[in-house]
Design a protein around this ligand. Structure first.
Ligand SMILES: [Zn+2]
Length: 416
């Protein structure tokens, strides 16, 4: 009788490995997954990843900010690099596939070629970014910012919940913030990131994978409305009600988003009524406004409309208005040439013409776009749910993503 060893297909193994990394010691939370930047779970995870990268035929290094990089050489020593990756950190009580699945698929793609010793006129590198979610410090995408060579400054006041500074956390890993710039990846040909969709479009279309047109730009504002706190017995025409002004603003902001193209979204997600009480006309409200769009210029136009509307409401109601911009995250469009290649790869791997999707969520790819042409491959996830332990993907879909990446790499090789 012939002995059969258990050989898992690349996609199934990628998924199984994400599952393995979903528990202690790869999680800092006993029940569920929490893998914050530079924590013990992050360290344990890098150890396991290094092992898998090594088995897949890669040399492994960790850079100055704690990103892990596996390198599979090209046909010449000075060949440019095709970079595949995503992030290894998670939010608190997060899902197992957001980020990590892209790293695993990168490793599987390299393992596929290294089994037969196939090399390309470019090196393949798999990168696992340490900080994308910003779930430990109030930073985000620090891994990809460093890898893309964008300027980094460390705010001395940045600490985690326990009061440990970012500088100290880096020092505890033997890393130095001064060397951030040395984390920049050189000679990068292109960057591709496979990621769960985080929206239900693929599920609705009944398809395993899709193309991404671009990642939305984001603005976030903190809006303070000050009226006058007064007794609830105050006559209606004598009031300067900050909450009623906010309520009018919220529906107006919703209407601006709804009236725009599909890729424009506007949200008031957080609202505080200072010193609110049942018998008090609210005098002071703070709320957030989040505006996102993929099409260049659309976010800016929507923001102009939102600010004008806020001013008009506050003038008419006699309340004071302060708008502070607290975030300006530049989105990115995926590279059209890479997308044409990826489209062909998806057709070969799945037999379907892929839908073209938008990403309203931010990804490392939007940062890497500063360094090199980039694209993204989205994988169907159940209900479009992420940042949640219920996050789920099908093995067959991950297999389709694996076949797509293998085909994509071959095609990029043929085009060069
Ligand atoms: Zn992610």
């Amino acid at each position: 009788m012939i002995a059969t060893s258990k050989i898992q297909a690349g996609g199934a193994r990628a998924k199984a490995r994400c599952d393995e990394l979903g528990t202690v010691p790869y999680s800092d939370q006993a029940d569920g997954l929490f893998r914050p930047y530079l924590g013990p779970a992050h360290k344990a995870t890098l150890g396991r990843l290094a092992q898998w990268m090594d088995e897949a035929g890669m040399s492994v290094e960790t850079d100055a900010v704690g990103n892990i990089i596996g390198h599979y050489a090209g046909t010449t020593p000075d060949a440019p690099v095709l970079l595949l990756g995503s992030h290894v950190d998670s939010v608190r009580d997060g899902g197992r596939y957001d980020g990590m699945l892209g790293v695993m698929l990168g490793i599987e793609a390299v393992a596929h070629f290294s089994r037969s010793g196939q090399r390309f006129p470019f090196a393949l590198e798999v990168i696992g970014f340490g900080d994308e979610e910003g779930s430990r410090f109030s930073t985000y995408m620090m891994g990809s910012r460093s890898a893309a060579g964008l300027a980094q400054t460390i705010d001395e006041g940045v600490t985690d919940r326990e009061g440990i500074t970012l500088r100290q956390a880096l020092a505890d890993w033997g890393l130095s913030s001064i060397r951030f710039r040395t984390a920049k990846r050189e000679n990068v040909l292109a960057y591709i990131e496979a990621h769960i969709e985080q929206a239900p479009h693929l599920e609705r279309a009944g398809l395993p994978v899709g193309l991404v047109r671009g990642i939305a730009s984001q603005y976030r504002y903190r809006v303070t409305i000050k009226g006058q706190a007064a007794h609830a017995g105050t006559a209606m025409h004598e009031r300067r009600d900050a909450l009623a002004a906010a309520a009018e603003a919220i529906t107006a902001i919703e209407s601006i988003g709804a009236a725009g193209p599909d890729d424009l979204v506007t949200t008031v997600g957080f609202l505080t009524v200072e010193n609110g009480a049942p018998n008090v006309v609210p005098g002071h409200v703070v709320m957030t406004v989040d505006i996102r769009a993929v099409t260049p210029g659309l976010r800016e136009e929507a923001a102009r409309q939102v600010l004008e509307t806020l001013e008009a409401i506050s003038r008419r109601r006699g309340v004071a208005l302060e708008c502070e911009q607290v975030q300006d995250l530049q989105g990115a469009l995926c590279n059209e040439t890479l997308n044409a290649t990826l489209r062909e790869a998806i057709i070969e791997a799945t037999g379907h013409v892929p839908p073209v999707l938008l990403s309203q969520a931010g990804h490392d790819a939007m940062i890497m776009a500063h360094l090199a042409p980039m694209t993204m491959l989205f994988i169907r996830c159940e209900g479009g749910i992420s940042h949640n332990p219920a996050e789920a993907v099908e093995s067959d879909d991950v297999e389709a993503a694996h076949r797509t990446l293998v085909s994509f790499i071959k095609r990029v090789g043929e085009e060069r």
